[in-house]
Write a protein that binds this ligand. Structure first.
Ligand code: NI
Length: 172
């Protein structure tokens, strides 16, 4: 089990478009497991590889509550292939934007195609919080943060706040 440190915005490494992987091999499987450990130890429900500085199209998600059985999902090259017409507005947060939340509107349901941890092509229909989380994590693979979906005014407020905290921590 390896817990990686999570990159906090603003950081240019979070704005990079990640590359597809060729196949899910032992190295990718280990990375997926490390990402789940990292995500769980940070009490998150999703994590994308670029958040730990690895620019590969890999995400992990687990939206089960603490009192529920874990439902970890490991996805490589995830792709949204269908979206619903109706939208949902959800208060989103992100491990790369600690303590910051804002309402983001996205399709309520999505169909996602991906490679699982055994290199099998799978499709999943996701609704509600799971659909929100998967869309949020796939955004990371394209260098998009949830604050890129809100007004520039709110976005800059949040990013300035985080930059200030980083600066304080660096000089502390
Ligand atoms: Ni995030």
């Amino acid at each position: 089990m390896t817990v990686h440190s999570i990159i906090v915005a603003p950081d240019p490494r979070l704005k990079v478009k990640s590359k597809s992987i060729e196949r899910v091999d032992d190295d990718v499987r280990t990375l997926m497991d490390d990402m789940l450990d990292t995500m769980h130890s940070a009490k998150g429900i999703g994590l994308a590889a670029p958040q730990i500085g690895i620019h590969k199209r890999i995400i992990v998600v687990d939206t089960s509550r603490e009192d529920e059985k874990p439902t970890p999902l490991r996805m490589a090259n995830p792709e949204i292939i269908e979206v619903s017409d109706d939208d949902i507005s959800h208060d989103e947060g992100c491990l790369s934007l600690p303590e910051q939340y804002s309402e983001v509107t996205r399709p309520t349901s999505v169909r996602v195609r991906y490679l699982d941890h055994e290199n099998e092509i799978r499709e999943l229909d996701a609704h509600g919080i799971l659909a929100v989380c998967i869309q949020h994590e796939i955004d990371h693979l394209d260098g998009i943060l949830f604050v890129d979906h809100i007004s520039a005014l709110k976005r800059n407020m949040i990013l300035r706040k985080l930059a200030k905290i980083k600066k304080q921590e660096a000089t502390a």
